[in-house]
Design a protein around this ligand. Structure first.
Ligand SMILES: CC(C)(COP(=O)(O)OP(=O)(O)OC[C@H]1O[C@@H](n2cnc3c(N)ncnc32)[C@H](O)[C@@H]1OP(=O)(O)O)[C@@H](O)C(=O)NCCC(=O)NCCS
Length: 168
């Protein structure tokens, strides 16, 4: 994943441009931001990229990226958090997001027995994202009122969600 850093910066800038998805604006997507999350994903987390089968000439382009990693303190070593998923606008609605999550949950279920919880946060208006996460077994765990500002200045609720291994 680390070798894809430049392509991931481009991807995240394209994904951040339309409002209502990522929490960061385009000018907040820096090589440092991407380098930091990639380093954490490689160190003790997970990261996946979706690569289109056909590439046009020029720098490589990605269809999507997903990463997550433990928050830090040892008490949280059994969970993956800080999760971000980004699918390029040209590729949204074509199964890329679902495929990235399938790869994540397959990796966790097969190869990461110590990981018993995967958590994320989605803005309340992002119905497509929340619907996708619920269909994958994530559950809403509350409503963080007034947490996230949209580019138009309106502040909305964030929805914390989690997938828990072997949940009854
Ligand atoms: C949210 C996001 C990750 C979903 O990925 P995606 O590749 O577009 O979604 P998929 O094609 O895998 O579709 C997953 C589900 O979303 C729903 N969906 C897809 N397109 C949709 C649309 N245009 N409208 C409503 N729901 C839609 C469907 O329920 C679909 O389920 P299905 O597989 O049973 O058909 C992606 O759109 C994205 O990156 N958006 C911008 C950034 C963002 O919002 N990130 C998440 C922050 S929490």
């Amino acid at each position: 994943v680390e070798s894809d850093a430049g392509a991931i910066v481009s991807l995240y800038r394209d994904v951040a441009a339309p409002p209502g998805g990522l929490a960061r604006d385009v000018d907040e997507i820096s090589p440092e931001y991407v380098g930091t999350f990639l380093a954490r994903a490689v160190e003790d987390g997970v990261g996946f990229v979706a690569v289109p089968a056909e590439q046009s000439p020029g720098p490589p382009r990605l269809a999507g990226e997903l990463h997550a990693y433990p928050p830090g303190p040892r008490a949280f070593a059994h969970l993956l958090g800080e999760l971000t998923v980004a699918v390029h606008p040209d590729w949204q609605g074509r199964g890329v997001g679902r495929a990235l999550f399938a790869a994540l949950l397959s990796e966790v279920e097969r190869h990461r027995p110590q990981v018993t919880r995967v958590e994320l946060v989605a803005r309340e208006s992002n119905a497509r994202a929340i619907g996708l996460y619920e269909s994958l077994g994530f559950r809403r765990e509350g409503r963080l009122e007034g947490r996230v500002r949209r580019q138009d200045g309106v502040v909305e609720a964030d929805i914390p969600m989690a997938w828990v291994r072997n949940r009854s």
